[in-house]
Design a protein around this ligand. Structure first.
Ligand code: ACO
Length: 322
């Protein structure tokens, strides 16, 4: 009998503070209309001074565990995707394990920028399929507002904070049908975030902020996501019409629309959270999935395509029978 990973619960958390395009236009030379037309974003959430990746992860994770109706102690693996960990170490996964009071499980972090949740999901799926784990908690949690330069209009308009979570369990019913992950390290200069604490003499003056050549990233993202759609459909011997929902990484509506077009899919079948959340990096796909599940759009038995693209470059997809 085939052993699948099935989504048994989802959760999400967004910090209270809302920062609008109007507020950002007080900080940098931009406007609500420019931001909305070019990106689809109107508002984003900003974490409070006491919040961390692990504190937000805990709230999202508890929601997912509650939705699954299981006990936290049943979890045998925690994978947290984050580019903004509380500490260099312990991992945010271990800090989350402590917060959830789980004594006996494995926990670690995955760093694949905005593709982090897809990478984490892919790893989780392999652990479950091989029998190495039975219940895996996957979380994406990001404090993008703390690594954004609020004087750089090319990046500060885009990002927001939040956490998304899902719980996977082994099942003989179809769940994750396939995952596909890729990396290409040659694009470092187009999108990176320095770590000033470990700077060399050559880059000691760099601040720890996101640096992005947005227009160039945009073009690669559109092409790459088009290719990953083909790869996913081919691997599953499926036509575009077999997919009920697209749950994309929320970076830019124009990138998402290009992927929907490739799938010959109406935007009505795309879960969009971008307008009020911005780009929450590795949290975005999980937050969008949680929203689609909780508001009843995504139903059991439907086929859902998750995809993401981010720094590295990294990119990936997961095809799920929900
Ligand atoms: N307000 C007003 N004008 C602006 C702003 C702004 N906020 N930002 C840039 N401009 C100006 C530029 O200076 C430029 O002016 P010029 O023509 O006089 O030189 C003009 O607008 C066009 O700039 P572009 O950079 O070409 O604008 P573009 O349409 O590409 O939009 C954006 C920029 C929104 C950043 C877009 O390129 C984008 O979304 N890129 C992809 C981001 C992404 O997917 N990142 C990957 C995930 S993130 C991660 O992994 C951490």
């Amino acid at each position: 009998m085939t052993r699948y990973s099935r989504v048994i619960g989802t959760g999400g958390y967004l910090p209270e503070e809302i920062r609008s395009n109007e507020q950002i236009s007080q900080l940098v030379d931009t406007s609500d209309s420019w931001i909305f037309e070019r990106t689809g974003i109107k508002n984003r959430r900003i974490a409070g001074p006491h919040e961390t990746a692990s504190s937000m992860a805990e709230i999202a994770a508890r929601q997912a565990i509650e939705a699954a109706g299981c006990d936290a102690e049943e979890i045998d693996l925690i994978i947290v995707a984050t580019g903004t960990p509380d500490r260099v170490y312990p991992s945010t996964g271990c800090l989350l394990q402590q917060r959830l009071g789980i004594k006996n499980c494995v926990a670690f972090d995955v760093q694949a920028a905005c593709s982090g949740s897809i990478f984490a999901l892919s790893i989780a799926d392999q652990y479950i399929k091989t029998g190495a784990a039975s219940k895996v908690l996957v979380v994406g949690s990001e404090l993008c507002s703390r690594i954004v330069d609020w004087t750089d209009r090319g990046t500060c308009i885009l990002f927001g904070d939040g956490a998304g979570a899902l719980l996977l369990a082994a099942s003989d019913e179809a769940g994750i049908l396939s995952t596909h992950i890729h990396s290409d390290g040659q694009y470092e200069e187009l999108l990176y975030c320095p770590n000033p604490q470990v700077a060399t003499e050559a880059n000691k003056d760099e601040a720890g902020f996101i640096s992005m050549r947005g227009n160039e990233v945009f073009k690669v993202a559109v092409n790459t996501l088009g290719r990953i759609v083909d790869e996913t459909l081919e691997a599953n011997n499926m036509q575009q019409s077999g997919i009920d929902w697209l749950v994309p990484h929320q970076a830019n509506t124009r990138i998402i629309a290009a992927t929907a077009k490739k799938l010959k899919m109406s935007m009505d079948n795309v879960i969009l959270t971008l307008e009020n959340q911005g780009n929450t990096s590795s949290a975005s796909v999980l937050l969008a999935l949680n929203e689609g599940v909780r508001d009843g759009r995504i139903q059991r038995g439907q086929v859902v395509l998750l995809e993401a693209f981010g720094a590295g470059f990294t990119w990936g997809s997961a095809l799920i029978k929900y």
